[in-house]
Ligand binder design. Structure first.
Ligand code: ADP
Ligand code: TRP
Length: 336
């Protein structure tokens, strides 16, 4: 039986935090270790420039995201790991797909509709005010990413489901109009994905400024953990797990039996200060080795670049083959 192709992309617009690690990085690396899967993971930097117009941030984030995945255990021998902009074939496919995508389909994309709605809410006369073509055509680029490597399964967050469905639609349209070239992808939503809460109890997110950074030293991690909100219960007073986001974060780093012990200790009056020490120790223990690897990689970015180039070389071989089939199907081929 041939292996299932699993592909996903990570937009390079931020520095990874503990929520990204628990919800996306750790599970994806575990999944990629399964022997019946062939995995593709890439840095979606051309997607990054749609929303982020800060060149320094795009560049810094590209390095940080690449180093994060490698430090956390992504094995570039097993996973085809590359940067989107190193595969020019994706942009060529993007154009060919643009030529067959119904404008009406793009009008229905959530991200575009949300931007239009914002304009209407703000009393703008032009509902397209300030909206750029990158945002509008974003699902086509994502379709090119997915179809280029014949992905069977695309694991994404719920906000991305529609884009994968659009990729399916566009692939079907091409296959029907020209030739059966594309594999129809399926979206994969992990129902059990852990949603990590932040310092204030809301979802941990860079947009809320409530994150615990991944790549800080033990002391700074303790400092971040000390900011997690708690109530005013004194040491010795019984405490419940739902009285502070601290418990949920602890759970993400502990075994079930350690979590049960922690619950009992809280009920027996563990001081919040002590609980925070236990939590920081857990996080620091799990991240100790990845942090060493991260420091070594970021001290030598050319090592990261070499890994990305090797991934791109592997990916481009396939990309060229598929693109040739696509070009041929639409009538673009040598005159001989
Ligand atoms: P942010 O909310 O900080 O902007 P992103 O939207 O860039 O994070 O998320 C990148 C990936 O990390 C996505 O797969 C998302 O599901 C996951 N992720 C982000 N925040 C969390 C969280 N608090 N808990 C679990 N997963 C998260
Ligand atoms: N748009 C995705 C996000 O913001 C990232 C992405 C780009 C992607 N291309 C992709 C995800 C292809 C899966 C497949 O999360």
């Amino acid at each position: 039986m041939s292996k299932k192709r699993v592909l996903t992309g990570v937009t390079t617009t931020g520095i990874p935090h503990l929520g990204n690690y628990v919800g996306a990085i750790r599970p994806a690396i575990r999944a990629a270790q399964s022997s019946d899967v062939e995995s593709f993971l890439f840095l979606a930097d051309y997607h990054g420039i749609i929303k982020c117009h800060d060149p320094a941030m795009i560049h810094e984030s590209t390095q940080a995201v690449a180093a994060t995945w490698l430090s956390c255990g992504l094995d570039p021998e097993r996973t085809t790991f590359y940067r989107q902009s190193d595969i020019p074939e994706i942009m060529e496919l993007n154009w060919i797909l643009t030529c067959i995508t119904a404008k009406g389909l793009m009008n229905r994309a959530h991200a575009y509709k949300a931007a239009v709605q914002d304009n209407l809410n703000n009393g703008q006369e032009d509902s397209d005010h300030g909206i750029e073509m990158g945002l509008y055509s974003y699902p086509i680029l994502m379709t090119a990413d997915i179809l280029m490597f014949k992905a069977n399964e695309v694991p994404v967050g719920r906000d991305q489901i529609q884009h994968v469905e659009m990729a399916r639609d566009i692939a079907g349209r091409f296959n029907h109009r020209f030739k059966e070239v594309f594999t129809l992808p399926e979206v994969k939503i992990d129902e059990n994905v852990e949603l990590l809460v932040g310092l204030d109890g809301r979802k941990m997110s860079k947009s809320y400024g409530n994150t615990i950074p991944l790549w800080e030293n033990d002391k700074k991690t303790q400092k971040s953990v000390n900011k997690i909100i708690t109530n005013l219960k004194e040491p010795g007073e019984p405490k419940q797990p739902d009285e502070s986001p601290l418990f949920e974060i602890y759970k993400a780093f502990a075994t079930p039996s350690e979590t049960a012990d922690f619950t009992r200790m809280l009920a027996e009056g563990l001081a919040w200060g002590e609980a925070k020490k236990l939590l920081a120790a857990k996080i620091n223990a799990e991240l100790a080795e990845p942090r060493e690897r991260y420091a070594a990689l970021t001290a030598n970015p050319s090592q990261i670049e070499d890994i990305l180039q090797a991934g791109a070389a592997k990916a481009r071989q396939e990309a060229r083959e598929l693109l040739n089939q696509v070009r041929d199907a639409v009538g673009i081929r040598a005159l001989k």
